[in-house]
Design a protein around this ligand. Structure first.
Ligand code: 2AM
Ligand code: CA
Ligand code: CA
Ligand code: CA
Length: 262
């Protein structure tokens, strides 16, 4: 497999897709709801996914695509080369803020993550990684993550999970929120994973993500020595929804052992 060639194509397509998205800022969006009033999709999400699929199918006809908006293939197993794409991660931010969103891509071969990308379109910041070759922010290598104590950690966590919700008893998280130095919430899982990789956040925790939300970030975070599992410390199921805990190595262990109980 020529990963160099695939990497070059992915980068070129990301830049072009990003430029197209920036052009839409001056245009009227078509906004639809999906499962509920908070679950949004726009014409730009759909057009961006279709843009990638058209290029991938043309250049790499054997590759398959799993995309959030459903224009890709029906993927039941990760054999061969599979691109897992979230055309806009943080659609609500895209609509309301025109920032704090990203394009996320993870490319897997026989279930092993090979190339990961998170493109912060507005800031023209491309986080990327190739398996075994480290992670980068644009052309600068990202340093390996260093240990941090819980009292000095900033963790990213949506307030949804600290009020009554269907996925976790909020009282489990109260001691963690008290113990850390600060909490944040950016509203884009991909960017929050990129921020952990870049050392801007020490951890990110959420109770439900789909494969396209974490596929790119998983590859990038692992390349800088970060740990990505579900909140119980178990490996993520790549084709299913998972809770997700992304953190610096020592901090990850401490959160799972001292703060999370089933
Ligand atoms: P999206 O913008 O691509 O839909 C918001 O907190 C984060 O969670 C975003 O990364 C968002 O991705 C994702 N998200 C939004 N709704 C979701 C849902 N119903 N299930 C899983 N992830 C969701
Ligand atoms: Ca969505
Ligand atoms: Ca997403
Ligand atoms: Ca999306």
């Amino acid at each position: 497999m020529n990963w160099q060639q695939i990497d070059e194509c992915a980068r070129a397509w990301l830049k072009e897709a990003g430029a197209r998205i920036r052009e839409t800022f001056a245009q009227q969006l078509t906004i639809q709801t999906k499962s509920n009033r908070k679950d949004l999709v726009t014409n730009v999400d759909k057009e961006t996914e279709q843009f990638f699929i058209a290029h991938i199918k043309n250049k790499f006809p054997q590759h398959r695509v799993l995309g959030e908006e459903g224009f890709g293939d029906d993927i039941g197993a990760l054999d061969g080369t599979v691109w897992i794409i979230d055309p806009i991660d943080g659609t609500m931010n895209f609509i309301h803020q025109q920032r704090n969103f990203a394009i996320s891509i993870g490319i897997f071969h026989n279930g092993v993550g090979q190339l990961g990308y998170i493109y912060d379109v507005v800031h023209d910041e491309l986080y990327s990684a190739q398996k075994g070759k480290g992670a980068f922010l644009n052309d600068s290598p990202l340093p390996r993550l260093q240990p941090v104590s819980i009292s000095e950690a900033i963790i990213s966590l949506n307030t949804t999970w600290v009020i009554d919700n269907a996925r976790i008893d909020p009282s489990i998280l109260t001691p963690l929120v008290k113990a850390v130095r600060g909490t944040r919430s950016y509203g884009s899982a991909a960017l929050e994973m990129a921020y952990v990789a870049a050392g801007r956040l020490d951890a990110y925790m959420t109770m439900r993500l789909s494969p396209w939300d974490f596929a790119g970030g998983l590859i990038i975070v692992e390349e800088v020595g970060g740990v990505v599992t579900n909140i119980y410390g178990e490996p993520l199921q790549l084709l299913e929804q998972n809770s997700v805990l992304v953190a610096k190595p020592g901090l990850h262990k401490q959160i799972v052992k001292q703060y999370i109980r089933k």
